[in-house]
Design a protein around this ligand. Structure first.
Ligand SMILES: N[C@@H](CCC(=O)N[C@@H](CS)C(=O)NCC(=O)O)C(=O)O
Length: 240
């Protein structure tokens, strides 16, 4: 069986792999690598330059990069529809995946480090969120009247973009911003309720109107648990 190595299972990069495998009915074994194993000589030699998630095929060869692993899973499952049904659609899916990876993820990451309390840097958070908002304006326009980012169905572009927006949408961007970006906000909310998404990401709760951020740097709450608390604050209906 294929194996996917991760250092933690609740990571948005792994989510893209897991949701794709679920959508394509592709079986795989998740191997959670503990710190000791990660630092062992043998595992370091095996992992090399790769990051988590990392896939190992039954033949023992390794594939890195979450989006490449997800695309491999779709191809192995004959789910070309998930990668684009024509050369043009394929290019659109690749464009969506590249946009999320190059424009959203690095900026979202700056904000995530602060809201998780891992790095006390409000300015980096705000700069990151500003860039994420710009990217969301692009998505808002791109979606237009469409239900999906590409074509008439869920594709890898939707999955990767959703996972890239998961942290800012639950911890930094409030209902006021979502109101200003109604198309992308509705798309995100719809995505958050798809069974293939909830089976991996669980219940996604967004910030209420006027909420700043759920987990100030250095605060007690971290990650999803803090987002949950944030949703219960005054004025916040939380994300539904
Ligand atoms: N572009 C990569 C990024 C993966 C990544 O940054 N993974 C982190 C997850 S915590 C990691 O493995 N860090 C530890 C390491 O580099 O060994 C992907 O999409 O898979």
């Amino acid at each position: 069986m294929h194996k996917v190595y991760v250092n933690r299972p609740d990571h948005f990069f792994f989510y893209s792999v897991k949701m794709t495998a679920d959508y394509c009915n592709f079986p795989f074994e998740t191997v959670i690598v503990d710190k000791e194993t990660e630092e062992s000589k043998d595992f370091k030699a095996k992992k090399g330059w790769r990051k988590f998630p990392m896939m190992e095929t039954p033949q023992g060869v390794l594939i890195s990069e979450s989006t490449a692993i997800a695309a491999y899973i779709a191809r192995m499952s004959n789910r070309q529809d998930f990668l684009g049904n024509s050369a043009f659609e394929e290019a659109q899916v690749e464009a969506g995946v590249c946009f999320a990876s190059s424009t959203i993820v690095p900026n979202m990451y700056k904000a995530a480090l602060h809201v998780f309390g891992w790095k006390d840097d409000k300015k980096a958070h705000d700069d990151g969120i500003k860039a994420v908002k710009e990217a969301m304006k692009v998505l808002n326009t791109q979606l237009g009247d469409s239900a999906w980012l590409v074509g008439d169905r869920l594709t890898l572009a939707d999955i990767v973009t959703f996972n890239a927006l998961l942290i800012p949408m639950t911890l930094s961007l409030d209902a006021g911003f979502r109101k200003a970006m109604p198309i992308v906000a509705a798309w995100f909310e719809k995505m958050s309720k798809l069974p293939v998404v909830t089976r991996t990401a669980g219940y996604v709760k967004m910030l209420g109107a006027g909420q700043q951020q759920a987990a100030p740097a250095g605060g007690k709450g971290k990650g999803a648990a803090a987002a949950d608390k944030g949703g219960k604050q005054k004025g916040g209906k939380g994300g539904k």
